[in-house]
Design a protein around this ligand. Structure first.
Ligand code: SAM
Length: 272
């Protein structure tokens, strides 16, 4: 007889708790609880290679929050968060709806735990929802009834691609994603992105690739500043452009670290 391990209620029955997931590793790095021992072991290995990894995860999250605040204050009231992750403190709908309670948010993630946890948090919030989907199949995401039901594509939308593009290994696929978004979105729409960079010591990044390969099977697709800039295509970055993620419109009291291995670049860019 095969004995199934007991899973917590945030994990669907078909999840194998012996296989790590990027969403749950990231959740652990941010101090969340929706992760298994196997995810925590991967996070520990990452920290062994690059001790700053949890700080980078927090800096990434802080960029996401500043970007949404900027967008909300600029009048954007619709958000499509692609690769949204497991919810943590300061989620997109919380920030956007603080500025405009009627703001609409759709979270999309390929990880079932991320979707379950998001739906749980969004119970009773008619203006926000979570969809299980693969953002590299953008036509399917944009045609999803929960997406078309909540977002009005004739008006500006902010699309968030925050710390997710290192999962898109093929440059042509990543470039097509931005081109398709540019086509589908109304003028005044924005994209916000952050991207891990390979502008760091090669030896450390190689060791990190060995660890991330245990989770993704393919490592991470790290890109240079120039490569990330190319992805944006016809979207035009707003000030200060594509910069170290901690340097994108920092809060007044925020420390400004130098770029370290695996840190990322970030930008918010507009469709005219
Ligand atoms: C590092 S987390 C980033 C979460 C969030 N965007 C943030 O910055 O805090 C990456 C997320 O992207 C999701 N992801 C990776 N590839 C994806 C894909 N093709 N479609 C949808 N989600 C994806 C993972 O499941 C994970 O939750």
């Amino acid at each position: 007889m095969v004995v199934q391990p007991l899973l917590p209620d945030w994990a669907a029955d078909d999840i194998d708790p012996r296989i790590p997931s990027p969403a749950r590793v990231y959740d652990h790095l941010l101090g969340g609880f929706a992760n298994f021992e196997v995810d925590r072991r991967i996070a520990a290995k990452m920290i062994e290679v690059i001790p700053e990894v949890p700080r980078t995860a927090r800096a990434n999250r802080a960029f996401l929050q500043r970007a949404v605040r900027y967008l909300a204050e600029a009048g954007i009231d619709q958000y499509l968060d692609l690769g949204s992750g497991i919810p943590t403190a300061g989620n997109v709908h919380e920030i956007a709806q603080r500025v405009d309670p009627a703001a609409r948010v759709v979270y999309v993630d390929i990880d079932p735990v991320a979707v379950t946890m998001s739906r749980r948090l969004l119970t009773g919030n008619p203006n926000a929802t979570a969809v299980h989907g693969d953002f590299t199949d953008l036509p399917a995401v944009l045609a999803h009834p929960q997406v078309t039901g909540l977002l009005d594509f004739s008006r500006p939308i902010a699309v968030l691609l925050v710390s997710v593009l290192h999962f898109v290994y093929d440059d042509a696929v990543a470039e097509r994603l931005f081109a398709r978004l540019h086509e589908a979105l109304a003028p005044g729409s924005h994209v916000a992105l952050s991207h891990l960079t390979r502008e760091g010591p090669a030896e450390q990044l190689e060791r990190m690739r060995a660890v991330t390969t245990e989770v993704t099977g393919r490592g991470d697709k790290l890109r240079t500043h120039a490569e990330i800039s190319t992805l944006l295509g016809d979207f035009e970055p707003v000030e200060p452009g594509l910069v170290h993620l901690a340097r994108w419109r920092p809060d007044p009291d925020q420390p400004l670290p130098e770029l370290r291995p695996l840190d990322g670049f970030a930008a918010v860019a507009v469709k005219h």
